[in-house]
Write a protein that binds this ligand. Structure first.
Ligand code: EZ4
Ligand code: CO
Length: 417
């Protein structure tokens, strides 16, 4: 059975997605997610101009060999664009193999290890009353773990905090209503946000104190610092959050220098998660072997596919480190489905981020996965359980969109985000 076609599908049902669809001589097709938020068309070119011509005629069953061929064969290895392109091809080939076996993909990955994948949702608010409403709404929807982000006194808007004032065009709910589900904004250039680390460090512990007082000690709480702190600032934050028993503190420092997490670890027992912007197993080596983190944030989409991420999780398991897969709306339903098939099977599943996609997105991808009682389940459809609707996709053509950039309030200089 050979690969006869590989299409790169671009659609924008509320946000941009890049999807690979591979067709085989047996007539079976498979899907993979190649979306890199804010740099989508670079991956389209990588795929169309450089990978698709190499795929035609290859054995569709030879997943490992194709992965090695695309990774080692590039000479310029790694990087988010390369690894997202490889991930999409790899995921599509796993989808095909599982469809041919007549099984949901997780059966090929070892079968079911748990009843479902514990999911966490995103509660946020400009202030505490708005945040509490958002937490209550998530509890009402069945979430059993919740990420907490809030506005900071003195800052006009903060990344990751939804409000009616930063509603996004293209949302099914309309441009004037609150939209919790979209980190990017459709615009020709990125929106600029302002930042003040000292104000954040003063405010964050008070927020968690208030949330614990309101909602009690049981609910697992998570928080994302978006790479904005220095090691010593991160150490202080982790220490000050200890009384509030976080499930994890995410991305405290910039991802390039993983050694700096040693300093953070020396000071705090708050569990640490990192890796949503990593793209290979090598990025984790120091963090695993020195046991500097507790959760791996890589999604299938940005870490080279199912083949590569499974290897990362096995490596993590040696050090009692668990999965905590990135699942924002910019990971498409194909990428999320792939994560759920892995998550339901692996021994060291931790938690899965879940930021529900818009209705328009689900109309294009028709995912079989379901969320109930706080757990996500990949479903029992053969393969990934995602079915791309060409007509629905074509109704939403690509539109430029960017994540915001972050400047210091003090003097306007660029800051990590
Ligand atoms: O900033 O998905 O944990 N989740 C996050 C996300 C990321 C975006 C980047 O595209 O940090 O909001
Ligand atoms: Co994050």
């Amino acid at each position: 059975m050979t690969i006869t076609a590989a299409e790169v599908l671009v659609s924008s049902p509320g946000r941009n997605f890049v999807t690979v669809r591979i067709t085989t001589s047996a007539g079976v097709t498979g899907l993979g997610d190649a979306t890199v938020n804010g740099r989508e068309l670079a991956v389209v070119s990588y795929l169309r101009d450089h990978l698709v011509p190499l795929l035609i005629g290859r054995d569709a069953h030879a997943i490992e060999d194709t992965w090695q061929y695309l990774y080692r064969g590039a000479y310029w290895r790694r990087g988010p664009i390369t690894m997202a392109a490889i991930a999409a091809v790899d995921t599509a080939l796993w989808d095909i193999k599982a469809k041919l076996a007549g099984m949901p993909l997780y059966q090929l990955l070892g079968g079911r290890s748990r009843r479902g994948c514990l999911a966490y949702g995103h509660a946020s608010g400009a202030d505490l009353p708005e945040l509490f409403d958002s937490v209550r709404a998530h509890l009402g929807q069945g979430y059993r773990a919740i990420r907490i982000q809030t506005g900071i006194p003195g800052l006009s808007s903060v990344y990751g905090v939804a409000s009616s004032s930063n509603a996004h065009v293209g949302d099914a709910a309309g441009a004037t209503s609150r939209y919790d589900h979209e980190p990017a904004r459709r615009s020709a250039v990125p929106v600029e946000e302002e930042w003040d680390t000292r104000a954040y460090l003063r405010h964050a512990p008070r927020v968690f104190e208030a949330v614990r007082n309101e909602f009690g000690p049981e609910l697992p709480l998570l928080h994302d610092a978006h790479h904005r702190l220095t090691p010593i600032q991160a150490a202080r934050l982790g220490k000050e959050l200890e009384p509030y028993d976080l499930f994890w503190l995410e991305d405290v420092t910039p991802a390039e220098n993983t050694a700096m997490l040693r300093r953070v670890r020396e000071h705090t027992t708050t569990p640490l998660a990192i890796g949503e912007v990593f793209n290979t197993i090598w990025d984790y080596r120091e963090l695993f072997e020195e046991q500097l983190i507790d959760y791996v944030r890589s999604p299938v989409t940005h870490a080279g596919g199912i083949t590569a991420l499974r290897r990362i999780f096995d490596y993590a398991a040696v050090y009692q480190i668990k999965s905590g897969v990135h699942g924002p709306t910019d990971v498409s339903p194909v990428g999320l489905a792939a994560a759920l098939h892995l998550g339901i099977a692996i021994p060291n599943f931790g938690i899965q981020e879940y930021m529900k996609h818009s209705a328009a997105t689900d109309e294009v991808f028709r995912p079989a996965y379901r969320f109930a009682d706080g757990l996500l389940d990949p479903g029992e459809e053969p393969g990934l359980g995602v079915d791309y609707d060409d007509e629905a996709g074509a109704a939403h053509p690509y539109e430029p969109a960017y994540l915001p950039v972050n400047r210091l309030k003090l003097d306007g200089s660029m800051h990590d985000w």
